[in-house]
Write a protein that binds this ligand. Structure first.
Ligand SMILES: [Zn+2]
Length: 465
């Protein structure tokens, strides 16, 4: 079931905290800042995925603080302190939050009852009576993310800290018909079973999906998805045409695709995300200091996303950052989008594989063994990628995040080569360390999709759950 994924291979199939290349430790200590920073979600997410949170949890309350809002704020502050600062004793929480000991005590009791937090050893350094440590229970809620590609499905489960608690992959050709969706449902069910969660329906916040395609403004349906066989971009917006595809309908009967057929009958709620943006969200989560930059998703098909002020930019038509369709050569090869000479034809893993004429694992073996022809193909690829980074750096003078499927194959030397070519004759400096490397391979979009659900929960109603 597990396909070629060098860094993940060692621990494939193990559903525990140690998930090898996915580097749970990178995720674990993530972003205190981001957990408390509201991410902008379209209005309907709150309605479809979560009960409306109390107003006091949605941000600063301009009005006078009522007894209830003070109570809610205290709860939130205590939980947030434990979430962002790790295990603490009662006294340390009091010091950190400036909330009275009795209030802290009452809330901790409540949290323990609810399962939101857990006891975690004793503070031995305090002298005298040892103080109990409390920490959040990261498995209190789980989110699932699924990456849907032409010929593959990836699924991941992450906990509230972003720790990867399971992942799985299968080869399955995308065909929007009942047979396909039945197999997807079986795949999901078997994955959830392997997680061995008690009350999975209650604990799984959402099953979000990352797809190769542009979504419409509502974020509910695919507006442009040639890779999955959908092309809706020439149709005027028409509610009847934008109806979600339901089971039993074939592709020819529907112009578009929604999340419904993926999740119906699974009992989960969910939302669809553009895979590049989901990947960028993952990179923002794992790199909390990332303020501005461009994500190059080096997947089988190329993708991209822009990050400004720590947020993934959506764009006027939810299409910002699609570097894959930047024209590199107007007379070049035809791209799946209908245009010619797109960067997709030069920098996608598929394009590379086509030029190599063999599976990429084999190709990279040959490159590393010094095969001249294969080395030349790889060099050409890196030169095109460098040129794209050079150009993008003119627009977004930020960090460059290389992410996705090809990353496990890249060596430090390759990155040095890219860097040297980007800075050559470039009036904008780019430090070598400003090229950031993603670590989750082709699981990146699925992880980002899952993390959207975690982030939403943390920022809205974690106290009411
Ligand atoms: Zn194109």
């Amino acid at each position: 079931m597990i396909t070629n994924r060098p860094r993940l291979h060692a621990s494939a199939g193990s559903f525990n905290h140690q998930s090898g290349g996915l580097s749970t430790t990178d995720l674990k200590d993530h972003h205190a800042a981001k957990a408390t920073k509201a991410t902008k979600y379209p209005k309907e997410i709150n309605e479809s995925m979560q009960a409306a949170p109390p107003a006091s949890l949605q941000g600063d309350d301009d009005g006078p603080m009522t007894g209830m809002t003070i109570k809610e704020n205290n709860k939130r502050k205590i939980y947030r302190t434990l979430y962002t600062q790790g295990a603490k004793t009662k006294g340390q929480i009091v010091d950190s939050t400036q909330i009275s000991l009795s209030t802290v005590d009452n809330n901790l009791k409540l949290f323990l009852q609810q399962g939101l937090i857990e006891k975690q050893g004793f503070n031995s350094s305090s002298g005298g009576r040892k103080a109990q440590f409390f920490s959040i229970n990261p498995k209190y809620r789980i989110a699932l993310g699924m990456g849907v590609l032409q010929d593959h499905l990836h699924i991941v489960a992450v906990d509230l800290k972003g720790n990867v608690i399971g992942y799985e992959s299968t080869d399955l050709h995308f065909a929007p018909e009942p047979k396909y969706f039945n197999k997807v449902h079986e795949f999901i069910a078997s994955f959830v079973e392997q997680l061995k969660l008690s009350s999975p329906q209650e604990r799984i916040l959402a099953l979000n999906i990352a797809v190769q395609g542009l979504l419409d403004e509502s974020g509910e349906t695919l507006r442009f998805g040639n890779l999955l066989g959908f092309n809706n971009h020439n149709h005027d917006h028409d509610e009847t045409k934008a109806m979600p595809l339901s089971q039993g309908q074939s592709q020819s009967q529907s112009h578009t695709l929604s999340i419904q057929p993926f999740i119906e009958d699974t009992g989960f709620v969910g939302r669809m995300y553009h895979d590049s943006k989901a990947a960028a969200f993952y990179e923002c989560w794992t790199h909390p200091d990332l303020e501005q930059g461009t994500v190059f998703l080096l997947n089988r098909n190329l993708g991209g996303a822009i990050v400004v002020a720590g947020e993934v930019v959506n764009g006027l038509n939810a299409s910002a950052g699609i570097i894959e369709h930047m024209c590199v050569d107007p007379k070049g090869e035809l791209c799946y989008c209908g245009a010619r000479g797109c960067l997709e034809n030069y920098c996608s893993a598929n394009a590379l594989q086509q030029k190599a004429g063999m599976p990429l694992s084999e190709f990279f073996d040959k490159v590393r063994q010094g095969d001249k022809k294969m080395k030349a193909i790889w060099k050409q690829y890196l030169l095109y990628l460098s040129r794209a980074i050079y150009n993008v750096n003119m627009l977004i003078n930020g960090k460059i995040i290389l992410s996705g499927y090809l990353m496990p194959f890249m060596t430090d030397k390759d990155i040095d080569f890219i860097h040297a070519n980007v800075v050559d004759h470039n009036i904008i400096p780019l430090k070598r360390e400003d090229i950031i490397l993603g670590n989750a391979g082709d699981y990146t979009p699925a992880l980002g999709a899952a993390l959207y659900a975690i982030d939403l929960w943390l920022n809205t109603n974690f106290m009411t759950a």
